[in-house]
Design a binder for this molecule. Structure first.
Ligand SMILES: Nc1ncnc2c1ncn2[C@@H]1O[C@H](COP(=O)(O)OP(=O)(O)O)[C@@H](O)[C@H]1O
Ligand SMILES: [Mg+2]
Length: 242
């Protein structure tokens, strides 16, 4: 079930990214515009090298566009403070951008990105430590996040003691524990078998819907497209209309 809402959270306007210069110039993304609303799961598909990761990096403020702009809409829940107004990520300094990435955006990685020496709970706790959430609140939120991904019984296990699907569910819990408004996932099921991939992706979709997160997931797995609220197809750096 999709949450119907018009609250626009993330918007890219005419974004292009050129890597390199001169003869080695690569036009990785060309004039891409996209809007993502609260509770909406947008899946970006396209062959390898089409520009999916570049788009996610720009949307998440990990990289800056060569031209065009990326905007994070005002947070309706923010009582004053920087997130109460719309921000253009390209106009922010490194510190402010870092704050946006830490506080308003959750990332899920293909390789899970878990710290091997930390337990599942400790991995999920990392974003809350960075946000200086106090210990009692951290414990409650970590427990809730692990519960939400069905891993309450695996809190003390290290990544190597978990299956790939379980590791990525820890990755999803970590991405959402700080209650970001935006979730970005680059090939989150690329290292999972198709059954596990479907389960992880279904879980991710349900959390995106129930928590009203604006999510963009890049994948080249056609099976995952069925779970999307909206599909964007990229080819040679351009959005293709489907
Ligand atoms: N840091 C970089 N420097 C130079 N070229 C890059 C860089 N990152 C990506 N590219 C190129 O940009 C294009 C798009 O890459 P990418 O966004 O990674 O595509 P996808 O994620 O769809 O596989 C490719 O031609 C790739 O080789
Ligand atoms: Mg990629």
């Amino acid at each position: 079930m999709s949450v119907t809402t018009t609250a626009q959270v993330l918007r890219a306007a005419g974004v292009s990214r050129v890597y390199g210069s001169g003869a080695s110039e690569v036009h990785a993304l060309v004039d891409v515009s996209v809007e993502v609303g609260a509770g909406e799961l947008v899946v970006v598909v396209g062959p390898s090298g089409s520009g999916k990761s570049t788009l996610l990096h720009l949307l998440g403020g990990l990289d800056r566009p060569t031209s065009g702009t990326v905007h994070l809409g005002p947070d309706p829940a923010a009582a004053g403070g920087p997130s109460a107004v719309e921000r253009e990520l390209g106009s922010l300094g490194e510190d402010d951008l870092h704050g946006v990435r830490r506080g308003e955006i959750g990332f899920v990685f293909q390789s899970f990105g878990l710290v091997p020496v930390l337990s599942a709970a400790e991995n999920v706790e990392v974003p809350l430590r960075l946000a200086r959430v106090d210990a009692a609140e951290r414990a409650a939120r970590v427990a809730e996040a692990l519960e939400a991904v069905g891993l309450a019984d695996h809190a003390d296990q290290r990544p190597y003691e978990l299956s790939g699907g379980q590791q990525q569910r820890v990755g999803v819990a970590r991405a959402l524990v700080a209650r970001p408004r935006v979730l970005l996932a680059d090939e989150p099921t690329g290292q999972l078998d198709s059954t596990t991939a479907g389960r992880v992706m279904t879980l991710l979709r349900d959390l995106v819907h129930s928590r009203g997160v604006a999510a963009v997931v890049a994948t080249h797995d056609p099976d995952l497209v069925a779970l999307a609220d909206r599909v964007l197809v990229v080819r040679d750096g351009r959005l293709v209309t489907v």
